[in-house]
Design a protein around this ligand. Structure first.
Ligand code: ATP
Length: 256
């Protein structure tokens, strides 16, 4: 780590994850654009109060149930996700029997391999989407951004795309896939186009999804199907209302 953060710091966790992103930049896992994306996430998490709300838990459970019900579930991994939560991504993949695929907006020489190394170090036995393996293409998307693995996202029925870009989310939805995401921004196109959006920080959402998957996976199919029911527009509305009411409350407390 480039700096020592005292554990007594009031925002210790947030600073620790920022350091992980910076370390990811040096190891080619994260791109410069990934730093900006993380900053957007940090500011929205500040507004959320840096803790999960009821709508976050409910969406995490619906997303976990959707992955359990899938025939060919895939968890898409980009640089920021790998830098922040590699072990949790591997644990979730194991809990729901999903494949892990490196899926990048910016494919650069050595970068996919760097992310694969991080996932393997976290316990992944198979990592799709690296190098020539990403030989299939998603329609509607330009250039390198459209490459996917024909054994993974191309044939998946349910895809978890945390911290994803809107164009690619939309293209996956248009391909008929059930798309799940984790995004602190209820207004992003990804949040709006996905079938289930977990409005929460990925560092909290993934452990909740793992816990929900472990609780649900031995339940009767009707129970899992009921848990997968989700109205995403209503979920996003709850999140937006929470942000707005919390900020309003904080403003009123300042006024006394
Ligand atoms: P879109 O293209 O979907 O409209 P965007 O251009 O902001 O949105 P990206 O930068 O590709 O999309 O995606 C990053 C998204 O992830 C942003 O919405 C950002 O707020 C969110 N984000 C960043 N860090 C985290 C995090 N740690 N946990 C959850 N969400 C995060």
């Amino acid at each position: 780590m480039s700096i020592e953060i005292p554990t007594s710091h009031p925002r210790y966790q947030s600073l620790l994850f920022r350091e992980k992103i910076i370390e990811g930049l040096y190891s080619k896992v994260v791109t410069e654009a990934g730093l900006f994306a993380h900053g957007r996430g940090e500011s929205l998490d500040y507004f959320l109060g840096e803790k999960s709300e009821d709508f976050s838990f409910a969406a995490a459970r619906a997303a976990a149930a959707s992955l359990l019900l899938a025939e060919r579930p895939v968890i898409s991994v980009n640089g920021n996700a790998a830098a922040l939560v590699s072990e949790e991504l591997v644990a979730l993949a194991q809990a729901v029997n999903a494949k892990l695929e490196v899926n990048l907006f910016y494919r650069a020489h050595g970068r996919e391999e760097a992310i694969e190394r991080v996932l393997r170090a976290a316990g992944a036995l198979e990592v799709l989407g690296v190098g020539a393996a990403a030989s299939a293409t998603i329609p509607e998307i330009q250039h390198e951004r459209r490459r996917v693995d024909p054994r993974g996202i191309l044939v998946a029925d349910v895809v978890l795309v945390p911290l994803e870009d809107g164009d690619r989310t939309e293209a996956l939805v248009n391909m008929g896939k059930t798309v799940l995401t984790i995004d602190l921004n209820p207004l992003s196109r990804t949040a709006q186009k996905s079938h289930v959006t977990v409005v929460d920080n990925i560092v909290r959402a993934l452990p909740h999804m793992i816990q929900a998957a472990n609780e649900l996976r031995n339940q009767a199919p009707e129970v899992i199907k009921a848990a997968a029911q989700w109205n995403n527009a209503h979920g996003l509305a709850r999140a937006l209302r929470f942000y707005s009411e919390r900020l309003n409350f904080l403003a009123q407390s300042l006024e006394g």
